[in-house]
Design a protein around this ligand. Structure first.
Ligand code: 13P
Length: 335
C-alpha cells in the first residue's frame, strides 16, 4: 500500500465540488427500479442504461467517480469499449461495490450484517487490474424499538474496518458506508444519537485495524427524522444536526464525507448538502459532497423509460442534478 497514492485518489474524488454517482445497484435492485417503468431487467437494458448515464456529455465536470456493480465493470459499451476505459476517458474514476449484501444478523431480530469478506483480497486485486481505484461497502443500521443493539454496531463496524484495510492493501480507496436507514417514526434526536454511536464505533474499529484515515472516504447518511415521524425537520435543522454529529465523531484526518441520499427527495438531498456547506463555510477539516444513487438517477430514469429516443432528455436530466449537487457541494446552490 502506498499511502500517498490513496490520498491522491481520495483528493481527485473529492476535489472542486465534485461528487460521486452511485450506479451499483445489484441486478435484483436494478430490476425493482426498472419495474416501476415496465422496463425489462435484461443485461442489454442494464448495459444501455448505465452506458447512457456514464456517457452524459460533460458529466466529468461535476462527477469525479462512479460506483459500479461487478457486472458493469466487466461489460463493454455497444461499440466494444470496456466501461472502465470509457469512464476514464470522460474523467470519471471507476469504483466498485464489493460487499455481497446485508443479511440477517443471527440472534438479532430486525438487524443486518453486511457480508463479503471471504475472498475479498483476491477480488480486489482483480478489480484493481480492471481499473477500479475505489470501492464501496454498505452497512445497514435500522432504528426501531430496542435496536440498534451493541452487537449490530460492533459487527458492522468491524466488517467495514476489515474491508477498508484490504482495500488499502490493494491500492484501492475504501468508501466506508454505514447507512442509518430513514425507515421508521423516530425523531431527529434519535437519529442523531444512533448516527453518532455508529460513527464512533466505526472509527474505533478503523483505528484498531490500522486503516489509513487520509486514504478513505466516509459515506454517511444525514441526520433526519424517520420517514414516518410525526414531526419532520426543516433544511437548516437537518444540516445543523448532521454537522454537529460529524464534528463529534469524524476525525480531522478523514479527507471527505460523501453523503448518500437514502430515499430523500432529489431536491431535498441537494438542499441539505448546500445548507451544510453554507453553515460550515469551509471550516470543517473534511470536504462535504454527494455520493447519490436515487437522488441523481431518478429524474434520468423517469425521462429514459427504456426508449432510445429519450436518451438526450435522460442525459440532460442527470446533467442538471449533477450540476445542482456540485453547486451544493460548494455551498452555491440556488433552488
Ligand atoms: P442512495 O443515494 O439512493 O441512498 O444510494 C446511495 C448508495 O450508494 C447506497 O449504498
Amino acid at each position: 500500500m502506498n499511502p500517498s497514492t490513496l490520498e491522491d485518489i481520495a483528493h481527485t474524488l473529492l476535489n472542486d465540488g465534485k461528487g460521486l454517482l452511485a450506479i451499483d445497484e445489484s441486478t435484483p435492485t436494478c430490476g425493482t427500479r426498472f419495474a416501476d417503468y415496465g422496463i425489462d431487467n435484461s443485461e442489454d437494458n442494464r448495459r444501455d442504461y448505465r452506458a447512457m448515464l456514464l456517457g452524459t456529455p460533460d458529466l466529468g465536470s461535476c462527477v469525479s467517480g462512479a460506483i459500479l456493480y461487478d457486472e458493469t465493470l466487466r461489460m463493454k459499451t455497444a461499440d466494444g469499449t470496456p466501461f472502465a476505459t470509457m469512464m476514464t476517458a470522460n474523467g470519471i474514476v471507476p469504483g466498485i461495490k464489493v460487499d455481497t449484501g446485508a443479511k440477517d444478523l443471527a440472534g438479532h431480530p430486525g438487524e443486518k450484517i453486511t457480508e463479503g469478506l471471504d475472498g475479498l483480497r483476491e477480488r480486489l486485486a482483480e478489480y484493481h487490474d480492471m481499473g477500479a481505484r475505489f470501492a464501496k461497502w454498505r452497512a445497514v443500521i435500522t432504528i426501531g424499538n430496542d435496536i440498534p443493539t451493541r452487537g449490530c454496531y460492533e459487527a458492522n463496524a468491524h466488517a467495514l474496518a476489515r474491508y477498508a484495510g484490504l482495500c488499502q492493501e490493494a491500492g484501492i480507496v475504501p468508501i466506508v458506508e454505514p447507512e442509518v436507514l430513514l425507515e421508521g417514526d423516530h425523531d431527529i434526536d434519535r437519529c442523531y444519537e444512533v448516527t453518532l454511536e455508529t460513527l464512533t464505533q466505526l472509527f474505533a474499529e478503523l483505528r484498531a485495524q490500522r486503516v489509513h484515515l487520509p486514504g478513505l472516504i466516509l459515506k454517511a447518511s444525514m441526520v433526519l427524522p424517520g420517514k414516518n415521524a410525526a414531526q419532520q425537520a426543516d433544511v437548516r435543522e437537518v444540516a445543523a444536526a448532521t454537522l454537529r454529529c460529524l464534528y463529534a465523531s469524524v476525525p480531522a484526518a478523514v479527507p471527505g464525507v460523501a453523503f448518500l441520499s437514502g430515499g430523500q427527495g432529489n431536491e431535498d438531498a441537494t438542499a441539505h448538502l448546500d445548507a451544510m456547506n453554507r453553515l460550515d463555510a469551509g471550516k470543517a477539516p473534511w470536504k462535504l459532497t454527494f455520493s447519490y444513487a436515487r437522488a441523481l438517477q431518478q429524474p434520468a430514469l423517469d425521462a429514459w423509460r427504456g426508449e432510445k429516443a429519450n436518451v438526450d432528455a435522460a442525459q440532460a436530466a442527470l446533467a442538471h442534478r449533477a450540476r445542482c449537487n456540485r453547486a451544493a457541494a460548494l455551498g452555491e446552490y440556488d433552488a
